[in-house]
Design a protein around this ligand. Sequence first.
Ligand SMILES: [Fe+2]
Length: 294
Amino acid sequence: MASKKLKSPKHLSDTLAQIKKLGLQNCISELELNGFTIIPPRKVASTQFFNKIRKTVLRICEERTGKKFSLSKNGEKGKYKAQPQTDSQFLLYYLLMADPIFEKWLMNPTLNAMMNYLMKGTQQLSSMTSFVKWQGDGYGETLGLHSDTPPSTPEGLIPNAWFDVSNSTYCLTDYTLKDGAMAMVPGSHRLYRQPKPGEGVDKAVPVEAKAGSLIIFNGGIWHGAFPKQTEGLRLNLTCYFCHRKLKTQEAYQWKVTQEMLDRNPPEFAKLVGADDHMGWDAKGPDYSRPARFL
Ligand SMILES: [Fe+2]
């Protein structure tokens, strides 16, 4: 009897074709095995784009803090009221709404191919932030290890829920151990739980990557960061994604403008939840917004 060839669902075959086209097959293997992967700059974006987005992040740092920042030297330690997380770091929030270049980043083919693989096309953007970090103790001895899966997720037996989030770090400066690289515990994404205080520190490895690299990581992996021992800044652009059924950290659904939707491909609307008609008012559903599952 002739065996029938099994066919993959379309979204999966499209994603796999894209991964092949971009030469990301090895990254997928690493992601499965270790829970994270580092994609080299040449497979991520042009040098011109990289320079432009880094300059934009620095500009926003200065606009929001009123301080001057230098990539290579210890400058003024800018404080930013939106939750400085340690004495040597603050976060810039809501970058998608700050400049159109961040919309371009959200549509980056490499970022999207990897997220489509990890989240099977169910993802939406939860937040787009920059971790601005300088010399100091950082998270201290625990390295701040945690999993990005929301703390309310039951532990242990529900792996699907542990994969409802995924994360990505676009390195805007070199990441080395001394420069305060991210810390990851390889394989910890298969434990489906948060680390206990101090747990995993002895197994954490530095994720060393050249500026322009893209680190993609499974939402369940235990991660944190090493302290920055050198002068200057460690800068990144972090895009955190969650399943469409979850609430996003940052508000996009009703905040993105028609202009933003018009200048981007239909996938943009899906990633910011603008194609979701839920959340009616007295007029009922608003179908003037883009149709779902374009
Ligand atoms: Fe995290």
